[in-house]
Design a protein around this ligand. Structure first.
Ligand code: GLN
Length: 606
């Protein structure tokens, strides 16, 4: 399978007789690789795909030794924030293709990896090519940490005392976790260990709605619950003009919606079913259940009981539904325990159109995901849903345990947990964090739609490392970047020159094959065919085209020159060129320790 190492002068023979486009044995430096890659690209036996893979290989093998280390590949993917679960197919492919115990990956093996039919190749391709949805994930996470630390000192609000068990949770608890649709995961604060476990409360409702949607269908759901924000408290004693709850995100609607999940089965069977499905959405990590919270809620649920019977009198339930059973099931759902990490992964499954980003398993349909996200956007934040839509503009859901989930379609899911809530039942720190996040990044759907053009310099790519999030001209809207990149990326600022062979540290490095490593998200290998092809990111983010405000779109943290390349590559090839900001990130020991802790947790749960 594997071709023998060849000298540069043998390249022609190799190309005609062996694996297409092999670069194994390049004795020359990286620039030579680039130029040879260019000439290979014009050879009739070499496809754009081959050229693309050659260039990726050359990027990782700047000395032209003909081999790269397995450890290097693994560390690049790890440092891109990719979760171990997401990396399982890659690990298995490497085990299959590499000699046992060996660390060397030659070009043939690399080629096989990159073209592997399974997901292994695609994740490696995206990582090395700077095509992950948030290419500079470490920097993005650093921003999250900055926001977290600035919000940590807030101590307003109160724990939800109407469920006594919730008022026993220390109010200083605070954790965040994020999971992108590519399976990059980060957590911080009280996010994953036992200190970071909390019950879902109403953050279970988007997921139970998605299940009900899947099982009963839209039409049946609409016979029992509306789709309007109620404008009232989450436990308000009101129904709409049809005698139905206003929407599935508030208590009344959540109680009724949950009755549509496996109706007619025993509560134990239904509960096991929900836990299995939620676990799948969480990338396989099992959820637990808080008996004390469940009993605490049950003992004090007079209002929910009243609401339940009121809805019965109005004919809101499926006819055969027993009110007590409906309520009991609902209380159990609210008492499911998660970590921020699990919640973020579940939310990322919504953002990823129903497919879990870690396991790549289909958890529910695109229609179910879309309907759920729509309801989160219009009704997810109780009586402040309208204000939230205006100021934060992201689909979200809160729970009185202090959780808030944020769903950014095609980009990420984020979970925040801090027990003190405001008068609307939304976490105080969680709300502040969300607001800061949206001030810093162009995540708000309307940033995409109605931005201010005056701040956008369409000739400049995002230069995150130098400009920082508040720098004027630091940001380009999705369409701005498109226009720029599409206009001819041949090596100026629009391309993504991630290796030392392409563009060095100046962002001016060569046209031609340099653009092969450009980050167009849905470009695939064809990116390599012409330098003028768009390097812009296509259909990520909230999915609306347009311009943005001065805030950043993290999915556009695209490395545009060496100083902005993925951290892993900067570390590998050009530590000094990366500049002080990166050095600061590399030294961020706390981040690494947290990552380490998380990995251990994941493995423990496997
Ligand atoms: N918004 C919430 O989290 C409310 C859920 C809580 N279980 C209740 O019924 O009151």
């Amino acid at each position: 399978m594997s071709s023998p190492p060849i000298l540069q002068s043998d390249l022609g023979g190799f190309l005609s007789g062996g694996r297409p486009g092999g670069v194994g044995g390049f004795g020359a430096g990286a620039e030579d690789c680039a130029s040879v890659a260019g000439s290979v690209a014009s050879s009739s036996s070499t496809t754009a795909e081959d050229t693309y893979i050659q260039n990726l290989f050359a990027t990782l093998d700047p000395e032209g030794t003909g081999a790269i280390s397995r450890r290097t590949l693994e560390s690049i993917t790890r440092e891109a924030g990719l979760d171990p679960v997401r990396l399982t197919p890659l690990r298995e492919q490497l085990d299959q293709l590499c000699d046992p115990g060996g660390d060397s990956v030659d070009y043939d093996t690399f080629y096989d990896l990159m073209t592997a039919p399974e997901h292994a190749g695609s994740i490696l391709r995206k990582t090395i090519g700077g095509q992950l949805v948030i290419p500079s994930f470490t920097e993005f996470c650093q921003e999250l940490v900055d926001i977290f630390e600035s919000v940590r000192m807030m101590n307003t609000g109160q724990r939800a005392s109407y469920i006594p068990e919730l008022s026993r949770v220390p109010s200083q608890r605070f954790g965040i976790a994020v999971c992108t649709v590519d399976g990059q995961v980060f957590e911080y604060g009280d996010a994953s260990d036992t200190r970071g476990t909390t019950c879902m409360q109403a953050t279970c409702t988007p997921f139970s709605y998605a299940l009900a949607f899947e099982e009963a269908g839209q039409e049946k759901i609409l016979n029992h619950v509306g789709r309007e924000p109620s404008g009232a408290a989450f436990n308000a004693f009101i129904l709409n003009a049809d005698g139905l709850p206003h929407n599935p995100m508030i208590n009344a609607g959540a109680i009724v919606t949950a009755t549509l999940i496996k109706p007619g089965e025993l509560t134990s069977t239904r509960m096991q079913h929900v836990m299995d499905r939620f676990q799948k959405m969480a990338g396989g990590m099992p959820l637990s259940f808080s008996q004390p919270v469940y009993l605490s809620e049950l003992e004090t649920a007079h209002r929910n009981f009243a609401l339940g019977y009121f809805m019965k009198s109005q004919g809101a339930y499926p006819s055969d539904m027993n009110v007590e059973e409906a309520l009991d099931f609902y209380f159990q759902l609210c008492s499911l325990e998660v970590t921020c990490e699990q919640l973020a992964i579940m939310t990322a499954t919504l953002a990823n159109r129903g497919v879990c980003p870690l396991s790549e398993e289909v958890c529910f349909s695109l229609e179910a995901a879309k309907s759920t996200i729509q309801l989160m956007y219009s009704c997810g934040m109780n009586e402040s849903s309208g204000e939230w839509a205006c100021t934060i503009g992201l689909p979200a859901k809160s729970g009185v345990s202090g959780c808030i989930i944020l769903c950014i379609p095609n980009v990420l899911g984020l979970a925040i947990w801090s027990p003190n809530i405001d008068e609307c039942g939304n976490s105080v720190r969680g709300t502040k964090f969300s607001r800061e996040l949206c001030d810093r990044f162009s995540l708000n759907i309307f940033d995409q739609l109605i931005g201010t053009t005056s701040h956008i310099d369409p000739t400049l790519p995002i230069n995150y490392a130098e400009g920082g999030p508040s720098a004027p001209n630091a940001s380009l809207g999705r369409s701005g970047r498109h226009g720029l990149h599409g206009a001819g990326v041949g090596g100026i600022q629009g391309g993504s020159f991630i290796g030392p062979s392409f563009g060095g540290g100046g962002g001016s490095g060569g046209g031609g094959s340099a653009a092969l490593l450009s980050p167009g998200r849905e470009s695939g290998p064809d990116m390599g065919t012409a330098p003028a092809m768009s390097a812009g990111r296509v259909s990520t983010g909230p999915g609306l085209s347009g311009v943005t405000s001065t805030a950043h779109d993290p999915s556009l943290f695209t490395p545009t020159r060496m100083s902005e390349a993925p951290l892993s590559l900067k570390k590998l090839h050009s530590r000094e060129a990366a500049g002080p900001r990166v050095a600061q990130l590399i030294n961020k020991q706390q981040h690494q320790e947290l990552q380490h802790k998380r990995h251990q947790l994941v493995y423990r749960n496997q």
